[in-house]
Design a protein around this ligand. Structure first.
Ligand code: ADP
Ligand code: MG
Length: 346
């Protein structure tokens, strides 16, 4: 099951190699090194251009594994597991884990709770962590909702301490991939590279341009047409992060239940958004906000984006509207099949 899911996840956003584009720089092509692996329950593709590519890939892979071992909610020895099993006590964590948990709590406040890492007990109850799916009784959801709310997390910035109330637990699944993809491009830069790409499930983070100086071309998958695209995005030194209910879900009695939970209801979010891609240089914000916008639905999402002009987005709704930040006018090209659909620049 996991394998199939991973394949689906890797399709959400794709790097497009337009034939010809890369071929004018043979020296750069010889200097290309790339690697595909499975981590964080998804497919990871790393591409670097420059000297010592294989060595740098080894190092990136090592760092990726370190991050997974720190942030994973399913690895017992992770820092997140230590926080979750602290039974109401402060737990001191590394600076990076502290940063992610505290920024996640801030984004929860910013999104009026649409993004909330304390929704984990409910994610678990629905079986999204294990794949043993289950539709919980509403009484059970109501009792679990009582321990949801990032405002209840306590922080000690000096000791890097995090404290949950008894019964609470957190999951960085909606934010960690964006952070890690961003950090891996930073590592590439520190290693002296100026061109590279990290693809971590629905999270793509670009370092610089392609070696020939052109932006990276990223295709955003159509959420309801398996081999179709919403369009192609030109990306330089930024991240494109997609959330959508079509990536990970189960079906029971004719109902589809997808993996993003609305923390207000404790049930899978049912908004009019089928796919949302956030474009930003801040992978943390991009990952968390793409999840939040999906929960909010298009009306609230547009109001949120109006207040946060540093974030750009491409949203596809269930009534087949394609909503695009006007500042992406030059960088996003809707697929030709959208000629008959409603395209709205906001
Ligand atoms: P993915 O890119 O893997 O689909 P997302 O970034 O969209 O993941 O976040 C979904 C994951 O985050 C879920 O698998 C779950 O672990 C967790 N999650 C689900 N709902 C929420 C929410 N409302 N706020 C924060 N995290 C959530
Ligand atoms: Mg996310």
């Amino acid at each position: 099951m996991k394998k199939i899911l991973s394949v689906i996840l890797c399709l959400t956003i794709t790097v497009v190699a337009f034939s010809g584009c890369d071929l004018n720089n043979n020296a750069a092509i010889e200097n290309k090194a790339s690697r595909s692996l499975t981590a964080l329950d998804t497919i990871v593709d790393l591409t670097v251009y420059g000297d010592n590519g294989e060595e740098i890939l080894d190092y990136l892979e090592k760092r990726l594994n370190n991050y997974e071992n720190k942030f994973s909610v399913t690895i017992d020895s992770s820092e997140v597991s230590a926080i979750n099993s602290s039974n109401g006590e402060f737990v001191n964590v590394s600076a990076e884990t502290y940063r992610l948990v505290s920024e996640a709590a801030q984004i929860s406040a910013l999104t009026d709770g649409a993004f909330d890492i304390t929704v984990y007990p409910i994610v678990k109850e629905w079986g999204f962590t294990t794949g043993e799916y289950n539709v919980p009784e509403s009484k059970r959801i109501r009792s679990l909702l009582a321990s949801v709310g990032s405002e209840k997390i306590q922080f000690n910035s000096e000791s890097k301490g995090v404290k949950l109330l008894k019964g609470m637990s957190i999951d960085l699944g909606g934010i960690a991939k964006g952070y890690i993809a961003m950090k891996l491009t930073e590592i590439m830069k520190t290693e002296g590279l100026s061109s590279g790409l990290v693809s971590l499930g629905g999270n793509i983070h670009a370092l610089g341009t392609k070696p020939n100086g052109n932006p990276w071309q990223i295709a955003i998958q159509h959420p309801t047409q398996a081999s179709g695209y919403l369009g192609v995005l030109a990306l330089t030194d930024r991240a494109a992060i997609t959330s959508g209910g079509y990536q990970r879900y189960f079906e029971q009695d004719g109902e589809i239940y997808q993996h993003i939970i609305d923390p207000k209801t404790g049930a899978p979010a049912r908004s009019d958004i089928l796919s949302v891609t956030v474009i930003t240089d801040n992978g943390i914000m991009g990952d968390a906000v793409s999840t939040a916008l999906y929960v909010m639905g298009s009306e609230k999402a547009l109001a949120f984006l109006e207040q946060h002009k540093d974030l750009e987005a491409v949203i596809f709704t269930d009534d087949e509207r394609l909503l695009i930040s006007s500042s992406l006018n030059k960088d996003f090209t809707p697929d030709a099949s959208f000629a008959g659909y409603q395209i709205v620049y906001f």
